[in-house]
Design a protein around this ligand. Structure first.
Ligand code: P6P
Length: 295
């Protein structure tokens, strides 16, 4: 099948998943348009289930997505980083997990951020091997979506809420260029720090504080992103169900690899909805080296 005949990711999705992805794209202009007036912490909100203060923009995006996604026939549940419990619309159907505004702390500094989503064919919390689709909307200079369905990843430009295929076959380049590692250097474990010493001799630093913006650099240029286990936080910072597994699903569909330090993030059991996990994703060679370094 020639390239121009290769079906893009959304063309491989069934009717419900297609509607979920289209609804997230349709919501993107409203989310982006609502950011300017919502850069402050919501005075009524306290903290999200991970103990992080919530911006008005976090809650705004979360409410929009819950409303639009639970209205879709075939979607039984919605969960997000911003709310303690799962919202149920039906006792069957797909469960959609969202990080409504990943990297919202970048709003104050006007840097990139976005929405992460995962469509699970099981009740949440569920492991990444229950994902049937996953992706992220990136609010950068332009609004894009990276989407993976059935092991195939594509990139779209989102224009007025419509998806326009930009890269039908989204693949991590063979020659890695960039790296980005979260957490404070003194808080890295000795084994991870030794791995970084090698990587920083080979690649150049790209770290902006919003996972999907940093991951999108890795997808675009090749390399590795990690928010590793820390001495002060052995499980790292990022959430498995909302961030780690969906991003791993996209990265692995794009020909890369993921790891919690030992195995693919898609194979990590999900015992709690908001459980954290060390996240390492990117070019397969760097993930293999990471697992050897932490072994
Ligand atoms: P730090 C954003 O808050 C986030 O959850 C991820 O998007 C990002 O990778 C990480 O936290 C940034 O954390 O410690 O660098 O502020």
């Amino acid at each position: 099948m020639s390239d121009q005949d290769t079906p893009h990711a959304l063309a491989r999705a069934g009717p419900t998943v297609t509607r979920v992805v289209e609804a997230i794209a349709e919501t993107a202009p409203e989310v982006r348009g609502g950011l300017a007036g919502r850069r402050m912490y919501d005075p009524e909100a306290d903290e999200n289930p991970s103990g992080e203060r919530q911006l008005a923009a976090d809650l705004y995006a979360d409410e929009l997505l819950e409303d639009r996604l639970l209205a879709i026939d075939g979607v039984g549940g919605y969960a997000s980083e911003e709310r303690e419990e799962l919202s149920l619309a039906d006792d069957e159907g797909y469960h959609v997990a969202c990080d409504p505004l990943d990297g919202s702390s970048n709003l104050k500094s006007n840097n990139a951020m976005g929405t992460i989503f995962g469509v699970y064919d099981a009740a949440l919390p569920a492991a990444g091997d229950h994902l049937v689709a996953a992706g992220y909307v990136l609010y950068g200079p332009i609004t894009t979506m990276a989407l993976a369905v059935d092991g195939h990843a594509s990139e779209y430009v989102v224009t007025d809420g419509e998806l326009e295929p930009d890269a039908v076959d989204l693949t991590i380049p063979d020659d890695p260029v960039v790296y980005g590692f979260g957490g404070r250097v003194p808080d890295w474990t000795e084994d991870f720090a030794a791995y970084v010493d090698a990587v920083e001799d080979e690649l150049k630093l790209r770290y902006g504080g919003a996972m999907i913006a940093d991951v999108n650099q890795v997808v675009t240029y090749g390399g590795v992103f990690a928010y590793p286990a820390l001495e002060s936080a052995p499980k790292g910072k990022l959430r498995l169900v909302f961030e780690g597994a969906p991003i791993a699903y996209v990265i692995e569909a794009a020909g890369g690899a993921s790891s919690n330090g030992e195995r693919s993030l898609l194979d990590v059991e999900a015992d709690e909805l908001h459980q954290r996990v060390p996240v390492h994703v990117g070019s397969a060679g760097y993930i293999e080296r990471l697992e050897r370094a932490l072994d």
